[in-house]
Design a protein around this ligand. Structure first.
Ligand SMILES: [Zn+2]
Length: 123
């Protein structure tokens, strides 16, 4: 999944410099201890300042570690034969409108539009 889908699983998500913070689902969080950002290839990075392991955070959300990686887009270039791009996504602007999010906010998460074989997809 991508970071926007991931953020839907969290509560009290707030935008901060370089990412988002939210209540950590893996411990009894009274303040927003969980920092969410993205790394290479849109991988979701999690950091709980109370020290929770990424595995426990993911488990608390009933997700798998593999959900932290984007699976819906082909990340290799050139594309591997037989690997299908299942979803081409939409433009950032469309996404922002649908999710009622601010496009500038999404851009601040380092979400950018890429074109692939002439088609626009998000990463
Ligand atoms: Zn925690």
């Amino acid at each position: 999944m991508n970071i926007r889908e991931f953020l839907n699983h969290l509560q009290n998500v707030k935008e901060v410099t370089g990412g988002c913070i939210s209540k950590c689902p893996a411990h009894d969080d009274q303040k927003a201890s969980l920092f969410i950002s993205t790394g290479n290839n849109g991988r979701i990075l999690l950091k709980c300042f109370a020290g929770c392991a990424v595995e426990s955070i993911v488990k608390s959300l009933h997700l798998a570690m593999s959900d932290l990686f984007q699976k819906s887009v082909c990340l290799s270039y050139p594309p591997i034969q037989g690997v299908q791009v299942t979803k081409l996504g939409c433009t950032l602007k469309d996404y922002a409108t649908v999710k009622k999010l601010n496009e500038t906010f999404l851009k601040s998460l380092a979400i950018i539009e890429r074109t692939y074989r002439g088609q626009t997809k998000e990463e």
